[in-house]
Design a protein around this ligand. Structure first.
Ligand SMILES: [Zn+2]
Length: 448
């Protein structure tokens, strides 16, 4: 009889860690297609949001647009007892910095921080872009509605703030409007620098760029698939000797496809599969589309995890185009082409990923691995304050996803009996009392 409580405990912990969090379903349901529609319309109706466009008018240009975005965050904050810290972050970019900066310009980002209750200096960030462009990247006066590129990402960040501000989270969540994207990723650079200077501990950046088009230029219509771009490894290391040492370690121990941005991509993938099984997340193992860029890159450049979330099928006749009709084709990034049920889904993907990460304890540090010429793999990590336990993950070396796991409690090292180190990749995540998990950490030291 005296074993019954122990058995009960084991069963209980098994149950509580295979369950999903009902709050996450509420968050998905709360994302409003209607509000996204209204906000994309409002943003498109500023005529142009080109980075170099007018800043004085209250109805046209990027100045009006960013003031409106800030006012939205301010209103959201009023509704949650001032739960958001809202401000402009700006940097002067001088004429001639590149060919697309044809005059001095203040690149202004809009920042809204929902402060974490337990880890105020840890940040999960959702970004969209404020600015738009037409065919000529220096044309700052022509109509440039930028409805899909990227009013959708911007509206998504505002809507995520509306939904998540109804809750409290352990880590901070940042809703971010970045500018200067089309001119050379200037807003992201400024914000990444700001985060570094202020010693932000960034869990990850979810950069949303074009999350509203379901009809590809190739004719494919798909309202379920979306792409998650992540670079293989992320580092801010510049010392050639250290870089060589890191490359050598990857050669012998692995890690070529296991950088911090890749782990973040896998987290988005898993969270979507768990809570939104109707969606088809597609991880793409590259920084961005072939030869093209986005605002997650400046964060990667300084060593932060960051990924791009976007539609699976792009339509180039509706991207960076002067509004016109040619050979029966209506060119231009206009409001009518945006699919709002899809935009709502992708906004929800962001919201649930941020809710999960901001509810989870910090990821374990100093994850070590051993088991060379042994029958079992051994993992070891630093204790994480606030973690109920840890999940050791492993996968076939050819698998993109963490397919196997083992939950452990009250230990900071563990041997996986009979799991041969040579045949798998391994990682460790922290698990909170509430069941939410951190991103998986790939081992960075070897246990001899
Ligand atoms: Zn663009």
């Amino acid at each position: 009889m005296k074993h019954i409580p122990t058995l009960f405990c084991i069963l209980f912990s098994l149950i509580s860690f295979t369950q999903t969090d009902p709050k996450i379903y509420d968050i998905i349901d709360a994302v409003s297609e209607e509000r996204l529609r209204n906000d994309v319309k409002t943003l498109a109706d500023f005529g142009t949001r080109h980075t170099l466009s007018d800043t004085l008018s209250n109805t046209r240009g990027i100045g009006a647009a960013r003031r409106w975005i800030k006012s939205q965050f301010d209103n959201i904050s009023k509704d949650c007892d001032n739960c958001l810290e809202v401000f402009f972050q700006k940097d002067l970019v001088e004429k001639g910095t590149n060919q697309r900066i044809v005059k001095d310009v203040m690149v202004v980002n809009v920042v809204a921080i929902q402060r974490g209750t337990k880890y105020p200096n840890r940040y999960i960030i959702m970004s969209g872009d404020i600015d738009s462009r037409v065919s000529d990247p220096t044309d700052f006066t022509s109509d440039s509605p930028g409805a899909n590129d990227n009013a959708t990402g911007m509206a998504g960040a505002i809507e995520a703030a509306r939904v998540l501000s109804k809750y409290k989270f352990e880590s901070s969540i940042v809703y971010l409007g970045l500018s200067g994207e089309e001119q050379g990723l200037f807003g992201g650079q400024g914000m990444a620098r700001y985060a570094k200077e202020n010693n932000w501990e960034i869990i990850g950046v979810l950069n949303n760029d074009m999350i509203g088009n379901i009809e590809g230029v190739d004719g494919v219509i798909d309202n379920r698939t979306f792409r998650i771009f992540s670079e293989p490894i992320t580092t801010d290391e510049t010392d050639p000797e250290k870089l060589a040492r890191q490359a050598r370690a990857r050669r012998f121990y692995g890690g070529e496809v296991d950088g911090i941005s890749r782990q973040l991509a896998r987290y988005v993938y898993k969270t979507t599969k768990t809570y939104m099984p109707e969606m088809n997340p597609m991880m793409v193992y590259r920084l961005d589309r072939f030869g093209r860029g986005g605002h997650h890159r400046p964060f990667n450049d300084v060593g932060f995890a960051g990924i791009r979330i976007m539609e699976a099928h792009e339509n180039y006749t509706q991207q960076h185009q002067d509004i016109r009709t040619e050979n029966g084709i209506a060119y231009g990034d206009t409001f009518e082409h945006v699919n709002f049920p899809y935009c709502k889904k992708l906004t929800a993907v962001n919201a649930i990923t941020m809710a999960s990460l901001a509810s989870a304890p910090p990821a374990p540090k100093n994850v070590g691995i051993g088991g060379i010429v042994e029958a079992s793999a051994k993992l070891k990590w630093d204790k994480v304050e606030g973690a109920k336990g840890y999940k050791i993950y492993w996968r076939d070396t050819t698998s993109p996803t963490w397919d196997h796991s083992r939950f452990v409690e009250n230990v900071t090292e563990f041997t996986l009996d009979g799991i041969v180190i040579d045949n798998f990749f391994f990682g460790v995540a922290s698990v909170g009392e509430n069941g939410h998990e951190s991103v998986v950490v790939f081992p960075n030291t070897i246990i001899r």
